[in-house]
Structure formats: structure tokens, C-alpha cells
Write a protein that binds this ligand. Structure first.
Ligand code: N2P
Length: 409
């Protein structure tokens, strides 16, 4: 299933013009597909310029490399009032953060067309919302950004007469610090922000942020950092022994100098193609979110993931409805749908993050290999070095400034 998901992802990248045919073939070969399987796969979905990528990618059952996920075998639940459903829904999500076929499934079952726009960081999301972007219904902010949005009075209280699937969520993921009654947020996925590297190219075992911030010469221009100010400055702070939420001028000046010294070795600051850069070999080491590691590892098994000894971020992303949402009821129904065990299972297997959906885990709808991977679900002793990013209020401006200085230097 995980391999199928990797195949589906590659096909989609090819169909959406993000990868050449040649590169696709070499990646499929690397995944162990025979040339005849590849030929069959390409002819099954070849040349399709359909906008419905996920359907074309999944219409390949005739080959051994089938990437077809099972359709969701349920209708509209009786607790949903069909007469209140809108015709459309606007979903504002992180890039590469949902199995695209699920949006088609929602449309097929509920008759609601979902339009998705994407962003690459919480700051990006906030800037767009505060800059007056309108029309969005469901958004996916991380923990500390939920705190900020609550403070800004931008979230709609959730309707649990519709979001019945909250009962599938692990109690350990509910009642988080940023929304203790889950009044505004339902956990979507969670994970950590460590780094990945290619063990084929780098033979010694890396375990510290030092390997990222004071890299060996072989890593010159081979390092990718997330394009994310709280993550990158936070990593530098942890490397220096500070809390990820430290805001003193002294600590931030030190973090800045760590980042400036590292910069010549950085190939890119990006949060949307770090996986590809690592898999293609253009980068040998990258700051990553857990799902990036799973996606990269599925395509190239020599890529490993490290939760550095100094610690790293643990985060939880959430489904929330905007106060300004034009389709609030439908938004609640969509959140309910996303937490059905079979939907979450399909989604988790595709995007590769840790799932808060206990029912999906218990019903074995999530790949065993992921569930048993301590890099995805860290053991208790590792938890002790994980830190949550918190809203730092006014001091955010210091981070904004520092980040601009590093990136424009
Ligand atoms: C997926 C982004 C993961 C979100 N591309 C990290 N909080």
C-alpha cells in the first residue's frame, strides 16, 4: 500500500507536469517496477491531461503496480441534513497534504465539489487570511496558529452534532494545550520536524543539529531547510540549547549567526519540494517533516530520518472552520468525513504522517510499516526531547525580521 501510494504520487507529479517522463521512469524503476509494468502503467494513464489526476492515476488496476485505493463504501450518514449541504466547499490546506482522490470521493458521496488552495507555512496562511483572503471554509493550522486564530476571533466553534467522527480520535490527541476543549479544532495529522539524509552518500551516522548547522564539506550546497521561520529559527535555538520558544535578543542574535554561517551550504529554503530534492540527489540532507521522510524513503530506501539529540519540534495540525466561511455546515460535514477511519487510513497511507485516528489504526487501515516506525511514532524516551512551538505574541516580529535578514543576506 505504501509503495502503491508512492507510485500514485509519482504518476500525479508526472501528470501535473512536475516531473518529466524520463524522470518518472527512473523513479519507478528505483521502486522496483519492471519495464513491462512501467509500460503498462504509462499506457493506462498515459497522455491523460484530465484535471482529475487522482482518478486517472488510480485507473491502472490492470498492472501489477496497481495504485488504486479502495473507494469509500458509505453514503451520506443519517445525522447529516442533506438539505443544508452547499454545492461547493473551499479548502485551504498545506501543499501535498491530502490524498487527492479523497476530494473526489467527497464529491461523489455528498455532491459537494471541493476546491483546494495550498500554502506552505502557518505564517503564509495567517498572512493570507489577515490580508483579506475570503471564501475559504476549512483550514489546517498547526497548534500555535490555532492559538493565534482563536485570539484573533477568526474561528467558528465546531458542531459536534455533525462531526461525530471525533469519537475516532485518540484521546491522547484531544484536548491539546492550544484548544483544551476542542471547541475550534479537530486534530488532522501530527509529526516531528527533524532532518533526513541520504545514507548512501553520507556514510557516518548523523545525530545532531551540528551536522546541519556546521556541515561537513561534502554538504556544501547540498542542504535544504524548510521555508519556515518558526521551524528554522527554532532548530537553531535548540541547537544552541535554548527553548524553541526563546525570544531574548541575545539568543536570537546567536541563532542568527548560526543561520548566517550555515547559509552558504544551503541549496534552498523550501517547504514544497524538499522531498524531491532529496530523492533526486540534488540535496543530500534536508530539514523535513515526518511525512516528507516517509515519501522520500518510499522512493529511495537509503534516506533516513533523524530526531536530533538536542530535540526538535513536535506539532499537530488541525481542521478548523473560519468564522467567515461561506459554507459552514458543509465544512463541518467535510471535517466529519475526513475522520472516518477508512478515509483517514487512505489519507495517512498516502501523505505519510502520524495519524491521531485511533479507529483507523486499530482497524489496521494504516500501513503496519508506518505504525511500527519509531521515526513516525517516537517512543517515550524520544518524546522527552520534543518541543511544541507556542504563540510568542509580539516577539513574532523579531522572528519575522530575523528570517527576512537571513533569507535576503
Ligand atoms: C505537508 C505539511 C506538513 C505540515 N506538506 C507540517 N506542520
Amino acid at each position: 500500500m505504501t509503495r502503491s501510494a508512492a507510485i500514485a504520487r509519482l504518476l500525479r507529479q508526472w501528470q501535473t507536469g512536475r516531473m518529466t517522463r524520463r524522470e518518472l521512469i527512473s523513479r519507478l524503476t528505483a521502486l522496483g517496477l519492471s519495464m513491462s509494468a512501467i509500460t503498462a502503467l504509462l499506457s493506462a494513464c498515459g497522455g491523460s491531461s484530465s484535471s482529475n489526476q487522482s482518478n486517472s492515476a488510480s485507473g491502472t488496476q490492470s498492472t501489477e503496480a496497481t495504485a488504486k485505493p479502495s473507494p469509500i463504501a458509505r453514503g451520506i450518514p443519517d445525522y447529516v441534513d442533506k438539505t443544508k449541504l452547499a454545492k461547493e466547499l473551499n479548502f485551504f490546506n498545506w501543499s501535498d497534504y491530502i490524498e487527492p482522490g479523497l476530494l473526489d470521493e467527497f464529491e461523489r458521496i455528498f455532491g459537494v465539489k471541493v476546491t483546494q488552495d495550498t500554502y506552505d507555512s502557518n505564517e503564509d496562511l495567517l498572512a493570507k487570511l489577515q490580508g483579506g483572503a475570503t471564501g475559504y471554509d476549512v483550514i489546517v493550522p498547526s497548534d500555535y496558529t490555532v492559538s493565534i486564530l482563536i485570539k484573533l476571533n477568526m474561528l467558528e466553534p465546531l458542531d459536534y452534532s455533525v462531526i461525530k467522527s471525533i469519537s475516532n480520535i485518540d484521546p491522547n490527541n484531544l484536548k491539546p494545550y492550544y484548544d483544551p476543549e476542542n471547541k475550534y479544532s479537530v486534530p488532522y495529522m501530527w509529526g516531528t520536524s527533524g532532518f533526513g539524509y541520504n545514507t548512501e552518500a553520507i556514510k557516518q551516522e548523523l545525530s545532531s543539529w551540528k551536522d546541519v548547522f556546521e556541515p561537513q564539506p561534502a554538504l556544501q550546497k547540498k542542504i535544504v531547510m524548510l521555508n519556515d521561520e518558526r521551524e528554522v529559527i527554532g532548530a537553531a535555538l535548540m541547537y544552541l540549547g535554548y527553548s524553541i520558544n526563546e525570544t531574548s535578543d541575545e539568543a536570537l542574535a546567536k541563532a542568527k549567526s548560526v543561520l548566517m554561517q550555515q547559509k552558504p551550504a544551503v541549496l534552498a529554503y523550501t517547504s514544497n519540494n524538499q522531498t524531491d530534492l532529496l530523492v533526486s540527489g540534488e540535496a543530500l540532507l534536508s530539514h523535513l517533516w515526518t511525512g516528507n521522510y516517509i515519501q522520500a524513503h518510499n522512493q529511495k530506501s537509503t534516506i533516513t530520518y533523524v530526531i536530533p539529540k538536542e530535540g526538535c519540534t513536535v506539532w499537530q495540525d488541525n481542521l478548523c472552520v473560519l468564522k467567515s466561511a461561506p459554507h459552514k455546515y458543509t465544512a463541518m460535514v467535510f471535517i466529519d468525513f475526513l475522520n472516518w477511519p477508512e478515509v483517514n487510513g487512505r489519507n495517512t497511507n498516502y501523505i505519510g504522517y502520524a495519524s491521531p485516528n485511533k479507529a483507523a489504526r486499530e482497524q489496521k487501515l494504516i500501513d503496519e510499516s508506518m505504525l511500527n516506525d519509531p521515526k513516525v511514532y517516537p517512543p517515550q524516551d524520544v518524546w522527552q526531547r520534543l518541543q511544541w512551538i507556542k504563540d510568542i505574541g509580539e516577539a513574532t516580529q523579531k522572528f519575522d525580521r530575523l528570517w527576512t535578514e537571513v533569507k535576503t543576506a
